[in-house]
Design a protein around this ligand. Sequence first.
Ligand code: DC
Length: 662
Amino acid sequence: MEYLDLAPATHAAGTVRLPGSKSLSNRYLLLAALAEGETDIRDLLLSDDVERMLEALKALGIDWRRGERNDFRVRGAGGAFPVKQAELFLGNAGTAFRPLTAALALSGGHYRLTGVPRMHERPIGDLVDALRRLGADIRYLGNEGFPPLEIRPAAIRAGGRVAVRGEASSQFLTALLMALPLTGAGATVEVAGELISKPYIDITLKLMARFGVNVERNGWREFRIPAGACYRSPGTVFVEGDASAASYFLAAGAIAGGPVRVEGVGRDSIQGDVRFAEALQAMGAQVALGPNWIEAAAPSGGRLKAIDLDCNHIPDAAMTLAVAALFAEGTTRLTNIASWRVKETDRIAAMATELRKLGATVEEGDDHIAVSMPRSEPSGAVSRGLTFTPGVAIDTYDDHRMAMCFSLACLGGVPVRINDPKCVNKTFPDYFDRFADLLAPVIAIDGPSASGKGTVAALVAEQLGFHYLDSGALYRLVALAALRTGVALDDGEALARIAGTLPATFERGRILLDGADATDAIRSEECSAGSSRVAAFPAVRAALLGRQRAYRQAPGLVAEGRDMGSVVFPDACLKVFLTATVEARAGRRYKQLIDKGMSASIGTLLQDLRERDARDSARAVAPLQKCADAELLDTTAMTVDEAVAWVIEQVRQRLPQAAARS
Ligand code: DC
């Protein structure tokens, strides 16, 4: 069996751009297929479950084309599917199987729907019963109540009422609601029993409304689809980032320092799983939300605390809480999670088995789980005083969420093996790469202008095979953009706007602004002086913070500037304060300019450097300073090679594996 070994980790921080949401992607695809007109779907998730839906739509005669990256154009059928006979294999994609069953049952054709063996163990009887009450002809090809299914043409009883049970899966109601406009006659759907996972129904209704069908909702018991309703393309739709996937990264930030920021979902999200952030907050994590991002960091006191939570509103993200409970003081009780038992695997049983392997005490019931952290030792022998069983191999049960959840266990400071890691392809093919980015070590090199830190940092990065961030270049680019567009260098607000949307890219050693090469332009004396002025505005610094943190990517980062160790990467594993006397620095700059055939005066250079040092050190925010935990490197009497060798030696002491590769 394939496996992935995760090394022990103690800190997670950084920024993750989320892939598109699975639930939204498959709903948008189906609605676009049934709608009149063409729909451009931007940022679609590319994963196994979405591919199953795309293949099925193609087989059903829907014309779709992929454009750039994750953008798709779907030409809708303007009603039922044009192909009237097809065999569809839908893998383990519940978000494709259930809605397609309903839409095909009302399409007047002859279809067979199959999936992987686990899909054939996932109940669908409640949906089939409801569709049969409408007159649909659906037969079970295997076990009664489960896929595979055969659907035959039938006379559908249009209009009237139809009941569906809501206790097992909200996907049955979603499937009915999305399919019913195909009858054109309107209908009222009644929910029997308690409806679980209501936020997913909310998503369904919002998306249907975007396609022109407004469902009248009476509490969560009755839903009325108006007669004559039909789907019309809204033109272009954007798929939000996956809020369930966000939970793993946010939990990593809450468990292991942080801050971790996810981009693509936030306060304005329509996905219920964003409320996972509230649960983390209740566990003591520090959480901040923007319109399109969420950030989480560890509690100010250090450790998370246990919670007691009804998880009906966040069924998928709640799994992440069960693993976060490994790191929380007390016993975490998650209730109202019966639906876990009929997902990709029996998630309650799987979760209990794997958590126990790590040393946790777990109690499981029909619809709840209670998790107590592995016994902690006051001596704190292992990271954060936890005593996880090391070297455990986690089984993942062909369940993407099991694999993603248990990646967090390595934050307990123990190595963890994840069996069959590729099961994450279902919703998040490059999950483990993004997770590794958060754990990537950072080497922060700060120091005054012309100290040679840029040259040293770039060479260290090259030797280690790490990424490299020249943060000064960002401030220089803001200054250049301001000078070019006539923005005054004392207009903090306007400068912050520039910084927030800086159209800059770094490509093979060249720096582009608005697509044009600005590598040399940002090094002009005017830009040098301007950059130290713009850098004094707190709003400019804040606007560049996330951008700098996004450079933290596996296998590691060397970042240089003024506040890399103090503000941007306070958890850097090595901090160096690299300096030289102002005379030595002026001498080096003088030589550089003369070598380039430019004129220079030592006196002027000395004065410029002194002024810039004073401005960079005296400013109120993130002043140039040596952090208490930084190593001092005075290069006045050193060559570049000597300085690089000195830094590599420091890396070797902290990260022997990374240094060995150099
Ligand atoms: O490192 P540099 O000379 O390219 O930096 C240009 C200016 O940007 C410098 O005057 C100070 C500012 N800067 C900063 O304030 N914080 C950083 N992390 C990097 C640079």
